[in-house]
Design a protein around this ligand. Structure first.
Ligand code: HDD
Length: 713
């Protein structure tokens, strides 16, 4: 155990607590005292008693009955029996990482939030990415929305930005959330399907609830099968407020943009990965951080001046709408870097408790009815998930800012509160802890004094009634291949729906109102009659095309951190491997050498080369590209190796860049694969790299897609 002293608890100044802040300027420092390192330590019970024998229960004789008296065995088994806690109702499958946020400049014009002021300040963060539908042990690459939750441990308290990788949501009012979740979760009778939405109850619900149309088309797009967690955008979804020291409020939408670009898997690859590497996304994130390829995102906001609240052809309080970036561009605020993996999944990633209601002075909510409901739900759920109201004391959740108040007791209380007065005002403990007026330096939180003059009603605002125009905008803004993927995804998912009337309703009442061509194509794939024109008069938007929505326009600027498989057998040209590895390293990309088995391969030059894995051990689906070096004997061996041939065919089918050097060109001939922008043959490595790296940079060879359909899966 670290002997570092906990942050001082003896603040004399209400609100400012400068001493405490100096002591707690890093979350990692504050976590340090809770980290336990058993290296060199004796095995002991939880009461600190050294254990002499951890192999045998105390028994009456070597063959006799066990004795109840055995406190060591009883303590161990009792603890084990209670190891599990309820998983999250949604977003149960997730993975997390530590990092920091740094503001680019002083944003005091926009907000008084301290973490957005000093560019020298590094604010610790903990991020948890997740899928929504599946349980804790489900696959990473299923078609689903991804959670993107960030906890900023600011000096003024925790700020949680609990968003998704899509900028809109399925429903407009929080009261519908249990209905939506019950519909998308595995069906109640057989608990199928795990991790996916391709089933009757989901499509029954969304086909009856047109407000879901926009989010569902995002979920049917490539965004729902991200390439990695590092290549996802994040969105705060709701409209929030930023408020500066003068009390001026502006509406904002939060955006996270990855510096690694935004890109996705292809569907066949995503499905295979769910079996071949269930942990694909969490492994990728973990390994990137371990290798020092720290993932980065830029935080930005779209700013809407108060007076422009009603300037759009939708309501900014409606969470099923986005604000096109072409209409309100993103103002960059700062950068987040993830640079440390957790030490313990349970203590950190599982026990972290986010809540959109965790905000700091300078940030406030809007009246979005979905957000308003969320403010209640998250704290409530932690009480049953984490066993009581003291979950904020768990090391991963503790703010780095001190917390003092009159809240006392309850399960798992770990703070030992001194003093007699757990109420306010008091005169016994000198009146402490005291309120801090908002106007004071580092003042207390003050809600934006929005004027409300209204009747108490249950009613959806008329301004929330357009459900199709932005779904249409999204579809129209996609590149050709993205549109084809959307058509294929609707067809696949609805094809799994048993009840034909649900399929038909989705096509005729939802898709036909989004785009008739989309509806017709899906109907054709499902064998349904061609739909007629949509029944709804869809509002015309001020924009009919938003390039910012297409991932075709969000490619990375380089091939940093991309992974390339090098296939080799005995007799491979060792110099070609060296040259390719060097060239990739120079670009910040990574290569793995794969052999027919895990045994080393002998090069043509007579050297023995250790391989990173066998081709089966690291299948093509976990790589971005494949390189096959020459060497007559190696190529001959690969030509007769079904795993190697499948490797190339699969990489080709998944539209990946493939480079073959020297004799390896014979493999393309054998497989009847024609050269294209991403299928490159050459005599030596330098001649290959330009085209090969350019193709990797394009992420996939989309022009190959139609041809690749003929390749067996
Ligand atoms: Fe939620 C978890 C994101 C609507 C109720 N939600 C959860 C997580 C994310 C989101 C990322 C996982 C946090 C983590 O990693 O621990 N949720 C969203 C977004 C929404 C949204 C972006 C809409 C814009 N959620 C939403 C509504 C409700 C909830 C309307 C309820 C009224 N969400 C929950 C929850 C969860 C949760 C049941 C499950 C576990 C948890 O909170 O901590 O309370």
């Amino acid at each position: 155990m670290s002997t570092k002293k906990p942050a001082s608890d003896k603040s004399q100044l209400a609100g400012t607590d400068t001493k405490d802040r100096a002591n707690t300027n890093s979350k990692l420092d504050s976590l340090e005292k809770f980290r336990s390192d058993a290296t060199g330590q004796a095995l002991r019970t939880n009461q600190g008693v050294k254990i002499a024998d951890n192999q045998n229960t105390l028994k009456a004789g070597p063959r006799g009955p066990s004795l109840l008296e055995d406190f060591i065995m009883r303590e161990k088994i009792t603890h084990f029996d209670h190891e599990r806690i309820p998983e999250r109702i949604v977003h149960a499958r997730g993975t997390g990482a530590h990092g920091f946020f740094q503001s680019y400049e002083n944003h005091s014009v926009l907000t008084k939030a301290g973490f957005l002021q000093d560019p020298a300040k590094k604010t610790p963060v903990f991020v948890r990415f997740s899928t929504v539908q599946g349980p804790r042990g489900s696959g990473d690459t299923v078609r689903d929305v991804r959670g993107f939750a960030v906890k900023f441990f600011t000096d003024e308290g925790n700020f949680d930005l609990v968003g998704n990788n899509m900028p809109v949501f399925f429903i407009q009012d929080a009261i519908k959330f249990p209905d939506f979740v019950h519909a998308v979760k595995p069906e109640p009778h057989n608990e199928i399907p795990t991790g996916g939405s391709a089933h009757d109850t989901f499509w029954d619900f969304v086909s009856l609830v047109p407000e879901s149309a926009h989010m569902v088309i995002w979920a049917m797009s490539d965004r729902a099968i991200p390439k990695s967690l590092r290549s996802m955008q994040g969105f705060g979804v709701h409209t929030f407020r930023l408020i500066n020291a003068e009390g001026k409020s502006r509406f904002v939408k939060f955006h996270w943009r990855p510096t690694a670009g935004t890109c996705s898997l292809v569907w066949d690859e995503a499905q295979k990965l769910a079996g071949k590497d269930t942990d694909y996304h969490r492994r990728d994130l973990w390994e990137a951080i371990e290798m020092g390829d720290y993932p980065e995102w830029e935080l930005g906001v779209q700013i809407i001046e108060e007076e422009n609240e009603h300037a759009f052809d939708f309501d900014i309080l409606d969470p099923t709408k986005l604000i096109p970036e072409e209409i309100v561009p993103i103002t960059p605020l700062g950068k987040m870097t993830l640079n440390r993996n957790p030490d313990n999944f349970f203590a950190e990633t599982e026990q972290v408790a986010f809540c959109p209601g965790h905000i700091v002075p300078g940030i406030d909510f809007s009246n979005d009815p979905l957000l308003q409901g969320r403010l209640f739900s998250y704290t409530d759920t932690q009480i049953s998930r984490l066993g009581g109201p003291n979950f904020h004391e768990l090391p991963i959740n503790r703010p780095v800012a001190p917390f003092h108040n009159g809240q006392r007791d309850a399960q798992h209380r770990s703070t030992i509160d001194k003093g007699r007065a757990s109420y306010e005002p008091n005169s016994i403990d000198g009146g402490w802890p005291k309120e801090t007026p908002p106007a004071a330096q580092d003042g207390g939180f003050e809600s934006y004094p929005e004027r409300i003059d209204a009747n108490k009603i249950r009613q959806r605002s008329e301004s929330f009634s357009d459900h199709f125009s932005q779904a249409r905008l999204f579809f129209k803004s996609m590149s050709k291949h993205e549109q084809e993927h959307i058509i294929a995804a609707y067809s696949f998912e609805l094809g799994k729906v048993e009840r034909e009337f649900i399929r038909a309703r989705q096509v005729n009442e939802i898709l036909a109102n989004i785009d008739l061509e989309l509806a017709k194509r899906v109907a054709e794939n499902l064998g349904l009659p061609a739909p007629g024109k949509g029944t709804v008069q869809v509002r015309k938007t001020s924009l009919d095309h938003s390039p910012a929505l297409s991932q075709a326009n969000l490619l990375p600027e380089n091939i940093k951190t991309r992974k390339v498989a090098i296939l080799a057998a005995n007799g491979v040209e060792g110099a070609a491997i060296d040259a390719m590895k060097k060239a990739l390293e120079a670009e910040g990309a990574h290569a793995k050498l794969l052999g027919p088995t895990s045994a080393p391969v002998k090069t043509a030059e007579g050297k023995s080369l250790a391989v990173d894995a066998s081709m089966e051990g690291m299948p093509s689906v976990i790589f971005d590209a494949v390189f096959v070096p020459g060497g007559a004997a190696s190529v001959k061996a690969l030509s007769g190796n079904g795993v190697a041939l499948h490797y190339l065919l699969e990489a080709y089918k998944h539209l990946k860049a493939i480079a073959v050097q020297g004799e390896a060109k014979q493999l393309l001939d054998l497989l009847k694969l024609e050269a294209d922008a991403g299928l490159i043959a050459g005599k030596d490595v330098p001649a290959l790299t330009k085209g090969f790296f350019a193709a990797i940079g394009q992420h996939r060879v989309w022009d190959r897609e139609t041809k690749a359909k003929a390749i067996p899966a």
